[in-house]
Design a protein around this ligand. Structure first.
Ligand code: C2E
Ligand code: MG
Ligand code: MG
Ligand code: MG
Length: 291
């Protein structure tokens, strides 16, 4: 019935419901349906990228954006990557989807530069299977070649758990990426288990403090301790530190006071379209209209 369809639609992270959304009798059925739909999504051009600005905490300058995939399904509406990326991992489709993201993000960044905007870095999330199973290096090389984007304007975000699955091969892959000139950051830092001695040997540009530590930063002393520890770790290892999920002025004040380098979050801007980024860069770092 309509209520159930609307409920399902909401669960799937949709903004507005449509009555012809299919109904699932089980999560297994839903998963099967989504996996089948995912197989066609690339060919049907149902993916887009949103871009969320990253800001230098001292200068207020936007120096990078994170590319975040969106799946606009014809009947289900917008499906969150939190929901479909794990399914794409399971089926292996993540390799093709991830390749599309890489190409699209590089193409878009070069387009911004060609339009005369100040050059920025585009950050692309790389999932475990993409990092491990596909020929990541040649895919990155191809994305850079096809787009004619300079490698220094591309950054890959990996997670601690991805690296820790096999430290040796991960370090080898990261070293190859670094020799291409591509930057690497650790996403969701603090949620996995990194060996701190291993961390020292990784060719990293940045640590991204996970947003779970930022959420209650103003009030929670444990979160404050974690944030301060990550910032000082970054300083000792000569890495920049960015806080993700920054939503309030109090959080900004805390991060500034404790010498965090950079921030990303709704406080400055939600993820926006490519056109939203043009608007933002053209107005010299003023906030784009939030979508
Ligand atoms: P992530 O890489 O940690 O990305 C940050 C997530 O936090 C994004 O969610 C972003 O929209 C959200 N966010 C940003 N600022 C705030 C804030 O102030 N408050 C709150 N509550 N949230 C904020 P999103 O876009 O839903 O993506 C979720 C996750 O899906 C990403 O987490 C990433 O792990 C994955 N993902 C997204 N795009 C891709 C992609 O192209 N490839 C792969 N492999 N994974 C992706
Ligand atoms: Mg990320
Ligand atoms: Mg993150
Ligand atoms: Mg995350």
């Amino acid at each position: 019935n309509a209520d159930a369809a609307m409920y399902r639609a909401k669960e799937l992270g949709r903004d507005n419901f449509q009555f012809y959304a299919p109904e699932f009798n089980s999560t297994a059925q839903e998963k099967f349906f989504l996996q089948e739909e995912l197989r066609n999504a690339l060919a049907r051009a149902e993916f887009t990228l949103s871009y969320q600005p990253q800001v230098d905490l001292r200068s207020g300058h936007v120096f990078a954006v994170e590319a975040l995939i969106r799946w606009n399904h014809p009947s289900l509406g917008t499906i969150s990557p939190m929901k479909f990326i794990p399914l794409a991992e399971e089926t292996g489709l993540i390799v093709q989807i991830g390749d599309w993201v890489l190409h699209e993000a590089c193409r878009q960044n070069k387009d911004w530069q060609d339009a005369g905007l100040p050059p920025i870095v585009v950050c692309v999330n790389v999932s475990a299977r993409q990092f491990r199973e596909s020929n990541l290096i040649s895919r990155v090389v191809n994305a850079l070649k096809d787009s004619e984007l300079e490698a220094k304007y591309l950054e890959l975000e990996v997670t601690e758990s991805l690296i820790m699955q096999n430290i040796e091969t991960a370090v080898a892959t990261m070293n190859e990426l670094q020799s291409l000139g591509v930057q690497i950051s650790i996403d969701d830092f603090g949620t996995g288990y990194s060996s701190l001695s291993a961390l020292r040997t990784f060719p990293l540009a940045r640590l991204k403090i996970d947003k779970s530590f930022i959420k209650d930063l103003a009030a929670n002393e444990n979160d404050q301790a974690v944030a301060i520890a990550v910032i000082s770790l970054g300083q000792k290892l000569n890495l920049r530190v960015i806080a993700e999920g920054v939503e309030t002025e109090d959080q900004v004040a805390f991060l500034r006071k404790n010498n965090c380098d950079e921030m990303q979050g709704y406080h400055f801007s939600k993820p926006v379209s490519a056109a939203g980024i043009v608007q933002l860069l053209n107005t010299g770092g003023a906030r784009p209209s939030q979508k």
